[in-house]
Design a protein. Structure first.
Lengths: 318, 412
C-alpha cells in the first residue's frame, strides 16, 4: 500500500514534468502546425542556463531568468529562422528544427563539455518533507509538483479567460480573419513560440537537479514528449495534461512492479522448461515488467494511432 | 608568385622529411577509444592520461634506449568496425603497440583481429595492451599471447567487493540492479554467485535489469529498493544511468552503502556532491587518497596542473606505460614485439600507486592491490574540480592472485 501511494506521488511528479514539456510543444503545433523537433533541446538549454546562473547568483534567479533567456532565444529563432523557412512548407520546417536540435546539442558540448554538470537543488529545499513507510519524499519534488500545477492553471487562465488568449485561439483556427481584424498574427506566433520554449526551459530548470544535467538529456526526453502529445491529441492542452499524467503513472508503476511474465505463462497452464536454452519462449519466461517498462509508452502510442488516430482529446488527424 | 610557391613546396618537403626522421625514432602507441560522441569524456580523459604518463615516465627521462613514446589517438566512435579500421591504419603506420579499454565488446574484436594479424604477418606484429575492458573471458576462453590486461577483471573486482560485504555483519539483504546488457548481467551473476559462496545468510532481495540509457526517472526503481529493506545495493551502472540511479536511491531515503564499479569522475563525483559522501562505494585499483608516497602526489599534482579539466580516473594507465617501457628495455628492441611480450609475461614490478604488480604468465591478467573506495569530502586529491574525491576504505592486497583461469594460449 505504501508503495502504491509513493508511486502515485512519483508518477505525478514525472507526469507534470512531461506536461511542462508537452504543453509548449502542443501549443506550438496547434498554432503553426510545426512539429518542433528541437523542443527538448530548449529544455536542455533551460537546465544549462540555470546551472550557469546558479553558479553566480543562486538557484532562484536561475529559475526566473533561465526560462526568460530560453524564451527570448526561442522567439528570435522563430522570427529569423522558422518564419523564413515557413513559406517553403512543412518538410523544410521539420528539417530546420531537426538541425536546430543537433546544433544546440553540439553547442552545449562545446561550451560546457561532455561531463555531467553539478547542478543541484537549492539548500532550502534539501530536506525530507515526509515519508511514506521507509520511502522519503524530498521537499524539492513537492515544490516541483506545485510549480507545474501553477503553470498549468496560469496557462489555462490566459488561454481561456483573457483577451490575448482569445486572439491566440482565434488565430489558431482563422488566422486570416484575425489578421483582417487588425491583429499582428506573426507577432502572436512569435510570442507563442517564445512562451512554448520558455515552458520547456522551466521544465529544464526544475528537472536538471533531479534527472541530471548532461548533453544527452534532450535526447533522452525528446522522444517521450512526442509520444505524449500524440497520445493526448496534437494541439490539445487538456490532452497533453491527461497523456502526461497517464504516461507518468504508467512508467512509474511498471518500473516498480515486480510482475514477471512467467506467472502469466504458468497461468495459462504452461510448465517452466528445465533447460531454458532449448525453450522457444525463453525470453518471455525470464522477462519482467520493469525490464520493458520504458517502452510501454511507445506501445501505447502505436495502439492510439491504430485505434484513435487523433489522440485522446485531439480534433484533427496526426 | 611562382617562386614563392616553389619555395613553399620546398620548405614543406624539407619539413616533412625532417618530421618523418624525428617520428621514426619514436615508439608509437596507438590509443583506440571514443574521442567523439556520447562516450568521448572517458576517451579524451584516457588519452590525456596516456600522453601525460608517456611524457612523465619515459620522454622526460630520455626515452627508452633513446627513443620516445608517442601516443597516437584514434577515434573509434565506440564502434567495433571503426576500431578494426583504426587498428589497420595504426599497423600500416608501423605501430607495434595498441591500447584500448572502453567496452569489452570492442576489446574482443581487437584481440581477435590482433591474433589473426600476428599469425599472418610475423614481420609486423602488434601487442594489445588492454587497460580497461574487464570481461573475464578476455583472459579466459578468449585469451591469446598478444593480449595483456592491466585492469582487474570484473570477477576480481566482484571478489573484492563481496569480501567487503561478507565482512560487514550489518549487511543482511542486498539488492542487485544493473543495465540490461552483457556487462550488467555479468555483474549480477557474479554478485549472486560469490555472495552465495561467502555469506549464504545474505539474502538477495532484488536482482533487476533496466534498459540501458532509456530510463528517464529512476525513482520507481529506488522506491522498490527502499521498500525491499535492502542494506546494500550493488550496481555495474555507468554514465548517466549511474548518476540517475544513485541520486534516486539516495533521495528516496536509502542510507546504506551503494557498491559500484564506475561511479566517479567525468562529472559523476561532482554531481553527487555531499549526498554521495560515505554512500557511494567504488571498487578499483590505484588509491589516490591516501596516496602511497610523495611520488604519487607529485604525479597527480603535475597532471592536474597540465590538464585541469581531466582527472586521474584510471590510475592503471601509469602502470601500462611504465611496464611497457620496462619490457622494451629488457627486450632491448622495441620493434621485436615477441621479445617484449615475453618480457611482459610474468613481469613483476612495483606498482606506482603502491604495492606490487605481477603480470600472470598463464593468462596475462595483472595481479595488483584492489581497493574499495568511498566518496569523501576534503580529501587531498579531488575529482571533477569539486570538493570531493575518493578515499580508500578497504584494501585487498594482490586481489585474487590465484583466481582460476581456463586460458590456454599458443606461444610463438
Amino acid at each position: 500500500m505504501d508503495l502504491v501511494v509513493i508511486n502515485l506521488i512519483d508518477g505525478l511528479f514525472y507526469g507534470l514534468l512531461l506536461f511542462m514539456l508537452s504543453s509548449g510543444l502542443t501549443l506550438i503545433f496547434s498554432m503553426m502546425g510545426v512539429l518542433n523537433f528541437a523542443h527538448a533541446s530548449f529544455y536542455m538549454l533551460g537546465a544549462y542556463f540555470a546551472y550557469q546562473i546558479s553558479q553566480y547568483i543562486g538557484f532562484w534567479p536561475g529559475l526566473l531568468f533561465a526560462p526568460i533567456l530560453v524564451g527570448i532565444g526561442g522567439a528570435l529563432i522563430e522570427r529569423y529562422g522558422l518564419r523564413r523557412v515557413h513559406q517553403y512548407g512543412h518538410v523544410p520546417e521539420l528539417i530546420f528544427t531537426f538541425g536546430l536540435a543537433l546544433l544546440i546539442e553540439e553547442l552545449v558540448k562545446f561550451f560546457w563539455g561532455n561531463n555531467l554538470m553539478p547542478y543541484r537543488e537549492p539548500e532550502i529545499l534539501k530536506f525530507v518533507l515526509f515519508s511514506v513507510g521507509s520511502n522519503a519524499v524530498p521537499a524539492y519534488k513537492i515544490f516541483m509538483i506545485f510549480t507545474s500545477m501553477a503553470i498549468f492553471l496560469a496557462l489555462l487562465y490566459v488561454l481561456t479567460r483573457t483577451r490575448i488568449g482569445m486572439i491566440i485561439q482565434a488565430a489558431l483556427s482563422f488566422p486570416r480573419t484575425v489578421e483582417a481584424l487588425g491583429h499582428n498574427v506573426p507577432l502572436v506566433f512569435m510570442g507563442v513560440f517564445g512562451v512554448g520554449t520558455a515552458l520547456a526551459g522551466v521544465a529544464g530548470v526544475l528537472a536538471g537537479p533531479v534527472l541530471g544535467t548532461f548533453p544527452g538529456m534532450a535526447f533522452v526526453l525528446g522522444s517521450i514528449v512526442f509520444v505524449t502529445i500524440v497520445i493526448g491529441g496534437l494541439g490539445s492542452l487538456w490532452g497533453a495534461l491527461v497523456a502526461s499524467l497517464l504516461l507518468g503513472w504508467l512508467t512509474t508503476f511498471a518500473a516498480s512492479s515486480s510482475f514477471a511474465f512467467s506467472t502469466l505463462l504458468e497461468g495459462i497452464g504452461m510448465v517452466r522448461p528445465e533447460d531454458m536454452d532449448e525453450s522457444m519462449l525463453r525470453d518471455l519466461w525470464t522477462l519482467t515488467l520493469p525490464q520493458i517498462g520504458p517502452i510501454l509508452p511507445y506501445i501505447l502510442m502505436i495502439l492510439i494511432l491504430v485505434l484513435r488516430p487523433y489522440g485522446l482529446f485531439g480534433k484533427r488527424d496526426v | 608568385m611562382l617562386k614563392m610557391t616553389r619555395l613553399g613546396v620546398a620548405a614543406a618537403l624539407a619539413l616533412s622529411v625532417s618530421a618523418t626522421a624525428v617520428f621514426a625514432e619514436n615508439i608509437k602507441i596507438a590509443f583506440i577509444d571514443p574521442l567523439s560522441g556520447p562516450f568521448a569524456t572517458t576517451g579524451t580523459n584516457g588519452l590525456a592520461e596516456y600522453q601525460f604518463a608517456a611524457d612523465y615516465f619515459v620522454n622526460q627521462k630520455g626515452g627508452v634506449g633513446g627513443r620516445n613514446f608517442e601516443i597516437v589517438g584514434f577515434d573509434n566512435k565506440m564502434d567495433g568496425k571503426e576500431s578494426l579500421i583504426n587498428l589497420q591504419v595504426a599497423i600500416d603506420q608501423g605501430v607495434h603497440y595498441v591500447v584500448q579499454g572502453n567496452s569489452s565488446g570492442i576489446a574482443h574484436a581487437i584481440t581477435d583481429a590482433v591474433n589473426k594479424h600476428n599469425k599472418r604477418n610475423p614481420d609486423s606484429r602488434v601487442l594489445f595492451l588492454n587497460y580497461s575492458a574487464v570481461d573475464p573471458a578476455l583472459t579466459n576462453e578468449a585469451c591469446n599471447f598478444w593480449h595483456f590486461r592491466f585492469d582487474a577483471n570484473a570477477d576480481i573486482k566482484m571478489d573484492a567487493l563481496t569480501d567487503v560485504i561478507a565482512a560487514n555483519a550489518d549487511i543482511k539483504k542486498v539488492y542487485v540492479i544493473g543495465q540490461d546488457y552483457s556487462f550488467g548481467k555479468a555483474v549480477a551473476d557474479a554478485a549472486v554467485k560469490m555472495l552465495g559462496e561467502k555469506r549464504s545468510d545474505v539474502e538477495i532481495v532484488g536482482n533487476e535489469l533496466h534498459p540501458i540509457g532509456k530510463v528517464k526517472d529512476f525513482t520507481p526503481y529506488a522506491r522498490k529498493i527502499v521498500a525491499s529493506g535492502a542494506d546494500a545495493v550493488i550496481t555495474g551502472n555507468w554514465g548517466s544511468d549511474m548518476v540517475g540511479l544513485g541520486k534516486a536511491i539516495i533521495e528516496a531515503g536509502f542510507t546504506g552503502p551503494i557498491y559500484t564499479y564506475y561511479a566517479a569522475s567525468n562529472g559523476i563525483t561532482g554531481t553527487f556532491g555531499e549526498a554521495g559522501v560515505g554512500k557511494i562505494n567504488l571498487v578499483s585499483e590505484g588509491s589516490l587518497n591516501p596516496s602511497a608516497n610523495a611520488d604519487v602526489d607529485a604525479y597527480v599534482d603535475a597532471f592536474e596542473a597540465k590538464f585541469p579539466d581531466h582527472d586521474i580516473a584510471q590510475p592503471r594507465i601509469a602502470n601500462v606505460v611504465r611496464m611497457l617501457a620496462m619490457a622494451i628495455e629488457k627486450a632491448g628492441d622495441a620493434d621485436d614485439v615477441v621479445a617484449v611480450a615475453k618480457a611482459l609475461e610474468g613481469m613483476e614490478a612495483d606498482n606506482f600507486w603502491g604495492g606490487k604488480l605481477m603480470m600472470r604468465p598463464q593468462d596475462h591478467q595483472i595481479i595488483q592491490d584492489v581497493y574499495v573506495m568511498q566518496q569523501a569530502a576534503g580529501v587531498k586529491h579531488k575529482l571533477d574540480n569539486s570538493d570531493y574525491g575518493l578515499e580508500t576504505a578497504v584494501k585487498v592486497e594482490n586481489a585474487s592472485a590465484d583466481i582460476a583461469t581456463t586460458c590456454q594460449m599458443e606461444r610463438p
